[in-house]
Design a protein around this ligand. Structure first.
Ligand SMILES: Nc1nc2c(c(=O)[nH]1)N[C@H]1C(S)=C(S)[C@@H](COP(=O)(O)O)O[C@H]1N2
Ligand SMILES: [Mo]
Length: 555
């Protein structure tokens, strides 16, 4: 337990020398962001100077019988649960972002084409610079778990929170419509846009209009912004999150295209985060300005009093959230296996029965091939691999063994005789980057026809000449089911040329419904086994063993 935790604390990998904080936005996007922020305020001032302050009719205090009054217990609870989960989502999300601290509007992720970056570094051209070299340090005060390259743990927190956040959101929205509470949020009259603008002109010019009592009714701007967060931004987060899944994207190419592509989805996912933060600041500000104690009683006890009890209870709740963050940090570093296994037990079955069933059949064209393809992993320096030298392609023999009727050793020529398949697909790295490439190789299915796995075989092990991030032989496993996908290849060709050393010569795996780390490069052997538990530390691969990655990698 915690062996990596102890290692990395002492290790420059998680706590590097260079911990500079950096945000750099390309100027057109900076200009757009500035316009989006300043434009409406300027417009409001002009409006006031030209037309005067708009009239805002006072909201009636008496409510009709079927109009909502007060906040029922389910709503108050869902609001708090949402807050807890959003804190976890945002903090783990930032940790994930920092593992590939660049956002793009194109799927190729060519360095320099990002519209925003959170790293001071430009990718060097004179030497190999891997995606892992590019990951950045994030203070654990901000990120969960923070530090550098802790994406395995961060993703478990993110997806576990996202799952419960979705459940909570569905219950919340379901109950909104099962009761009359939906009337608070859902506009039924287009006039609300004009009224909301009028309120905005007041705020933007430092006037406070008379507020309705939020116990009965929100002001129009408030209503629209709540509606936007619940019914537009939250679903956008979910849908763009899903659009980053290799299983989904390589099954239905149209899905990520809804958002402009996989990287656009990732950028929009980030902009959704910005929207939550842009909402949170005025939301909390208005709660404080417009009667803190009363507002707190509304949302904590569902009463309309002005005593401080609600505020006090909320502060206790906030302290609870801070304690939870501390606990999550402790678990992440001291008991990381709990996080990995908790995720596997809770969401593994759902993953296996949904995303993992999708056949990756989406093909790109030669025109789509990425001019640049980020590399990852360390080039092998094992004598065996180096001895292959120029003979890498002719002198190599792939060993296929284990629970099979007919173990074999095959040269690349012999592999090619089994049949060659070509495909052009989108590669998804767990860190966030992607790229399109053409791959040529033999399917594992065809290999299986030759070696004939014995009954009881459940997993296939791919071992590499290279080492993992923290040392030791790199390997990974596929379930038999995933190995048999028609697009799962042992590839010796990339973009119509022999596979380059950097990308895995002599042979690498392609498993298009999985994330990149499953696709072992520099393969030396293939073994059929009963269970992945028999290999390495038993978690399904080198990254699963050392970096707590999930064993099924389809999102
Ligand atoms: N042997 C080995 N294979 C590996 C890795 C590695 O570190 N060692 N990294 C994996 C990861 S995280 C990714 S994203 C892909 C990257 O493939 P590429 O370098 O061809 O882009 O290789 C995978 N295969
Ligand atoms: Mo990766």
């Amino acid at each position: 337990m915690g062996e990596m935790a102890d290692n990395v604390y002492k290790n420059h990998l998680a706590y590097p020398q260079d911990r500079r904080i950096w945000v750099q936005v390309k100027w057109p996007f900076l200009a757009m962001a500035a316009m989006a922020a300043v434009g409406p305020v300027v417009a409001a001032w002009v409006w006031m100077l030209v037309f005067g302050l708009p009239e805002i009719p006072p909201a009636p205090r008496v409510v009709a019988v079927d109009d909502p009054s007060g906040f029922p217990a389910w709503l108050r609870l869902a609001h708090f649960v949402n807050l807890v989960l959003m804190v976890l989502l945002v903090r783990s999300g930032l940790s994930i972002l920092m593992d590939h601290p660049r956002l793009y509007w194109n799927d190729h992720c060519t360095p320099g084409s990002e519209w925003i970056r959170f790293t001071p570094l430009t990718v060097p051209k004179d030497r190999v610079w891997t995606a892992k070299d590019d990951s950045r340090y994030l203070s654990p005060w901000i990120g969960l778990p923070g530090f550098r390259h802790t994406i395995g743990i961060a993703r478990h927190w993110h997806f576990l929170s996202a799952f419960f956040w979705l459940l909570n959101g569905l219950i919340f929205v379901g109950l909104l419509f099962a009761t009359n509470q939906w009337k608070r949020l859902v506009p039924t009259d287009l006039g609300i846009f004009v009224e909301a603008w009028n309120v905005f002109v007041h705020y933007a010019t430092f006037h406070l209009p008379v507020e309705p009592d939020g116990f009965y009714k929100y002001n129009p701007l408030q209503q629209l912004s709540y509606f936007g967060i619940v019914f537009i931004v939250a679903p956008t987060s979910l849908l763009t999150g899903l659009a980053m899944s290799p299983a989904l994207d390589n099954w239905a190419g149209w899905y990520p295209r809804l958002f402009g592509g996989r990287q656009c989805a990732r950028s929009i996912h980030f902009l959704a985060l910005c929207s939550y933060l842009a909402f949170l600041v005025p939301h909390v500000g208005m709660v404080v300005i417009t009667g803190l104690c009363q507002n707190m009683n509304h949302i904590v006890f569902g009463t309309d009093d002005t005593n401080p009890a609600g505020l006090v209870v909320f502060l206790v709740g906030a302290a609870g959230i801070i304690a939870l963050c501390w606990l999550a940090h402790w678990i992440s570093w001291k008991r990381p296996r709990w996080v990995q296994m908790g995720f596997r037990r809770l969401l593994g079955p759902l993953q296996r029965t949904t995303l993992n069933r999708l056949a990756s059949r989406n093909q790109y064209t030669r025109d789509d091939i990425s001019p640049y393809f980020w590399p990852n992993g360390k080039l092998p320096h094992s004598p065996e691999w180096e001895a292959l030298g120029d003979l890498r392609r002719s002198g190599f023999q792939l060993k296929v063994f284990g629970q099979v009727e007919n173990p074999v050793e095959l040269t690349l020529d012999q592999l090619e005789k089994l049949g060659k398949r070509e495909q052009i697909t989108l590669h998804h790295c767990i860190q966030g980057w992607s790229g399109v490439a053409q791959w040529g190789g033999v399917t594992i299915g065809q290999l299986m026809e030759l070696v004939k796995p014995l009954p009881g075989v459940q997993a296939v092990v791919f071992r590499s000449f290279g080492e993992g991030h923290y040392g030791g032989e790199y390997y990974d496993t596929l379930t038999l089911e995933n190995a048999m996908h028609p697009e799962t290849l042992l590839a010796w060709e990339m973009n119509d040329k022999p596979l380059p050393d950097l990308h895995g010569a002599p042979l690498r795996l392609r498993a298009e419904n999985q994330l990149g780390y499953k696709m072992v490069k520099w393969i030396k052997s293939v073994e059929f086994v009963h269970s992945e538990k028999e290999v390495g530390k038993g978690y399904g691969g080198k990254n699963e063993d050392d970096e707590y990655y999930p064993v099924v990698a389809n999102i």
